[in-house]
Every structure is written in C-alpha cells, then in structure tokens.
Design a protein around this ligand. Structure first.
Ligand code: HAM
Length: 457
C-alpha cells in the first residue's frame, strides 16, 4: 500500500502512505512521546534516603546547641524583594552582581530567591518590632539558599546553611559567643580538623583611609590585574582582596594591611575579641587579607576552614559583625553579629574525616494501641511525646497488641504505653516497664510527664 517517491531536494527516497479508503476505519496510531531526559538542575542535588542520617544529625545538634545558648528559631521567606539584597548584601558583591536568581511576577513585583539569610532576618527584626524585646535578640535559621555560581566541589546553586545572629549587642562578647557556639556544634558533630581565621575590617570611620591606600597600591599594577579587579579599584577596593585569580592573589599578599589603619575604638574592640578567644582557648590565625565577600561587615570578620584547606570547596563557616545594617533599613542604630555554615560542606567533612553517624536515635518509648479509638488517641500521644523531644516508636498498622509488643521488644525500648479499648474509653493508659514487665494505669493527661520522669531516672 505504500509507494516510493523521490525526495527531490536530497534525492533520497521516502515513503508516503496511500490515503485510506473512505468508509474503512483507519488503524489507531500509537501516541508518540518525545524522549526528554529530565535531570535535577545543574548545581542542585537530591538528598537521598541514605544521606538523611547526616542531615538528621546536623538538625538535631544545631537545634540543641542553639537552644542551650538562648537562640530562638526564625524562618523567613525563601524569596524576598530584590532590593533587600541589593541594599543589604551589597551592590558591589558577587552575589548581587552575578549570582542572584531574580524574577518578576505578573503583577510587576521584582523578587530574588534568597542568596543568604542575614538581610531577611534583619528585615524581620525591624518589621516585627523586635527592638522592643529584651536585647540582644538571638535568632537562628536553617534552610535552602540559592546562588548562581559555577558548580564545583562543595559549591552548589541550591545549598543549605544554618545561620545565627545576635542583634542588639555591640560588645566583643557577642562576637566571641557567635564563634563559640559554632565550635561547640563542631565538637558535638565530632569534627576536629579545622582552622579558624579572623580579621577586623574597621568601621566607616577608618575603612575609607584603608580603601584609598589599597586602591593606590593596585593602581600601580592596573595592567596586571584581572578585568573584575580593574572595576573593583574604582567601585569597592576591599573586594580586591577577595579575588580568586592567581595573579591578583599574589598582589594581595603584598598589599597594605587593614590592621595598620584601624581607629582606636576598632583596635580596642578587636584586641578584646582576641583576648576572649585566648581565654576560651579557641585557636585562631590572624588573616589580614580576609575581608569577606559581603558589603555589610564592620569590624570583626572570620571564617572556619578544614584543616587541610580545601580551597576548591571553600570555608565551612563564615561571618562577622554588621553594626550598620539595621540602621540602613531604617531601624534604630543597632549593632549585630552573626555567621552561617554550609551544611553540604559539613557533610563532606564528615565523610572525609570518616565520622561515624549513628542511624536515627533509637526510640525509648513505644505506643501500643487497640481499636479505632485507641489508634486515634495513640496518634495524638505520639505527637505530644515528639513535641517534648521524646524519641517514640509505633506500629499503628499492626492490629494485635501482641505483635506490637514484639516490635517494641525488638527495638529495645524502655517503656511501652498501651492503649487498649477499655483504657482509651476511660482516658487512661497502661505504662509497662519493658525490663521488669511491671504495669501501671495512669490518666492519659499525665502520661507525658510521667514518661519524662521515668526516663530521667
Ligand atoms: P557566606 O560566607 O556567604 O556568609 O556563607 C556562609 C557559608 O555558606 C560558607 O562558609 C559556606 O560553607 C556556605 N556556602 C556559601 N555558598 C555556598 C555554595 N554555593 N554552595 C555550598 N555552600 C555554600 C553568609 O551567607 C552570611 N550571611 C553569614 C553571616 C550571617 N554573616 C553575618 N551573619
């Protein structure tokens, strides 16, 4: 039924189907699907089930340590008005100039996916009148961020940080507590091999003199430096010290040093920070070339790197003081200091340093239930125990008490909480000591406190 026709253009034969005869139903055709291979966007990554143990461990330790140090958690939106970052992170930074993911809505609003936490947290501090709370206000966050950088080892386009800020404290103690809290987190995470660098980049009083000296120094080599640095000489000479190009890095080593330009107040502040670090026996290296890549910093800046500096991966943590940012967003003059750590990089260090991560924390309590009412009350109790940070297990899909107790036994829990039909009706519950088999009936209302008491013994 097909006849060969010459394709005049290419001279190749092709086949053309003869028209189906009228009246005869044509054969249904198989739908054709275009073969598109869809992958995770470049620079992003899936967190697979086998990786979750690292994330669970970090979340657990981070929330525990921050709570102990009096920090409260804050969650801000993943996208914000683009002007927040242009003004806050800074017009001359790589983040604003090259790395932000921005988009316009149909309504004409201009947003950016957050490239860092700090400006959003400062906005929230002002917007919610946190200046009226007892100062300082200590906040921490954990979540994803977005920077359109060239993906490489430890450098992602969507990555995760935990970030912490002390807003309303201008003392050297504030700087040191921000550092100390992270050292404590590393200890709890069993990460040992790291190096901590610190510097002071002065304040708006002393830094202009330094910028002038730096620009003059680089002008002598204007034909040797990279095009980005030629622009930096005019726009923001401090960024010259950030350049990763080898020829510019070599020049930075011989450049004038900020520490020679600090005003008296900045010098005293920095001296006090270093003395406190000595007192706490936190080892550090003074790095006068380190200025950090964000515009808001004043005075102390710091970074923590793996011991064998993996320059491709970059720092594990970075931060510093930013005494003018709140005022820049029309808040009252409020000193502040903070830092952030990259979770992917910490996990990479876990793997390199072969840190053993235990699987999920084992439950110490197990809920056993029978019947519809027992299951419903069990579900609520499960939530209540979790909220009080009691690791709890369940097997709600198993119908019999015997099979559930068997699982509880296998998991090695200390206490089983049994909600039989009678107990559920009477709003009671049985507490069973799994070691001795002793059982006691208590009211459902009191059970969480009773469990806490018994686990503490
Ligand atoms: P940052 O130095 O830009 O500072 O980032 C902090 C940490 O986030 C870095 O040390 C690194 O571990 C991680 N990080 C940054 N970019 C990437 C990336 N592309 N891929 C993977 N990890 C990355 C800040 O973000 C400031 N907001 C810190 C701060 C808080 N300063 C004062 N308060």
């Amino acid at each position: 039924m097909t006849k060969k026709v010459k394709n005049k253009k290419r001279g190749r034969p092709f086949t053309r189907k003869k028209k189906a005869k009228r009246g005869r139903p044509s054969k249904p055709r198989r739908p054709r699907f275009a073969k598109i291979k869809i992958q995770a966007p470049k620079g992003t990554h899936d967190i697979l089930p086998e990786e979750q143990k690292y994330w669970d461990k970090i979340r657990r330790v981070v929330s525990q340590v921050f709570t102990n140090y009096g920090f409260d958690r804050i969650d801000t939106p993943i996208f914000e008005d683009v002007r927040l970052y242009i003004k806050g992170t800074g017009q001359t930074t790589d983040i604003v100039q090259k790395e932000m993911y921005t988009f316009k809505t149909k309504g004409g609003e201009h947003f950016a996916l957050r490239p860092e936490f700090t400006p959003g947290i400062v906005r929230a501090y002002i917007e919610h009148g946190m200046k009226n709370l007892p100062q300082p206000v200590k906040l921490y966050s954990i979540g994803p961020l977005f920077r359109h950088d060239r993906p490489q080892a430890g450098r992602f386009r969507q990555f995760h940080q935990f970030n912490w800020e002390i807003i309303g404290d201008g003392s050297a103690v504030g700087d040191v507590q921000v550092i100390q809290v992270f050292i404590n987190i590393l200890k709890k995470l069993d990460l040992k091999k790291f190096t901590f660098y610190i510097n002071s980049i002065g304040c708006p009083l002393c830094v202009p003199n330094y910028k002038r000296a730096l620009a003059n120094y680089y002008r002598q080599y204007i034909n040797k430096i990279c095009p980005d640095c030629r622009r930096r000489v005019k726009e923001n000479p401090l960024r010259l010290l950030d350049c990763k190009k080898e020829r510019c890095k070599n020049l930075a080593k011989e450049s004038p040093q900020i520490l020679d330009f600090l005003c008296e107040e900045c010098r005293n502040h920095f001296k006090e920070v270093l003395e406190l670090l000595d007192e706490l026996e936190i080892p550090y290296i003074l790095n006068p070339q380190m200025v950090r890549g964000l515009d808001y910093y004043t005075r102390t800046v710091f970074e923590l790197w793996e011991e064998k500096e993996d320059f491709r991966q970059g720092a594990l943590m970075g931060g510093g003081r930013y005494d003018n940012l709140v005022e820049m967003f029309k808040g009252k003059p409020t000193p502040a200091v903070g830092a952030a750590a990259g979770i992917e990089r910490i996990i990479n260090s876990f793997k390199k340093q072969d840190v053993k991560i235990s699987e999920k924390e084992k439950p110490r309590v197990f809920i056993v239930q029978l019947g519809e009412l027992g299951k419903r009350k069990g579900l609520k109790l499960f939530e209540d125990l979790q909220k009080r940070r009691i690791e709890v297990g369940e097997a709600f899909s198993k119908p019999s008490i015997k099979s559930q107790l068997k699982i509880a036994d296998k998991q090695g829990v200390e206490i089983a909480l049994i909600l039989g039909q009678k107990e559920a009706l009477e709003n009671n519950i049985i507490i069973r000591d799994m070691a001795s088999g002793a059982q006691e009936v208590v009211s459902l209302e009191k059970v969480v406190n009773e469990v806490k008491k018994r686990l503490r013994k």
